[in-house]
Write a protein that binds this ligand. Structure first.
Ligand SMILES: [Zn+2]
Ligand SMILES: [Zn+2]
Length: 83
């Protein structure tokens, strides 16, 4: 079965055609409604650069998981497999 979140497109950051995720900028919590297409790598990197994952971790996984369920799941998966 194909995941709903995975669709091919052009990444706004690196310009590659690959699986694309919608990144919201600014975050929804600040009223952001614009979404930017980013490949998984750039999307992860973006949030890593901004140290979002650490911030979210501190805020508590539950809140984050509700707000960013897909991203959170993916982050946890990648984080675990990277360590
Ligand atoms: Zn990219
Ligand atoms: Zn994002």
């Amino acid at each position: 079965m194909r995941s709903k979140n995975k669709k091919r497109g052009v990444c706004a950051n690196c310009g590659k055609t690959c699986y694309i995720e919608s990144h919201r900028e600014p975050p929804r919590s600040v009223g952001g409604e614009q979404t930017i297409p980013l490949c998984v790598k750039c999307h992860m990197q973006h949030h890593k650069d901004k140290n979002h994952f650490a911030q979210w971790g501190r805020l508590g996984g539950k809140i984050t998981a509700q707000r960013y369920p897909d991203l959170w799941k993916r982050n946890l998966k990648q984080y675990r497999s990277a360590k």
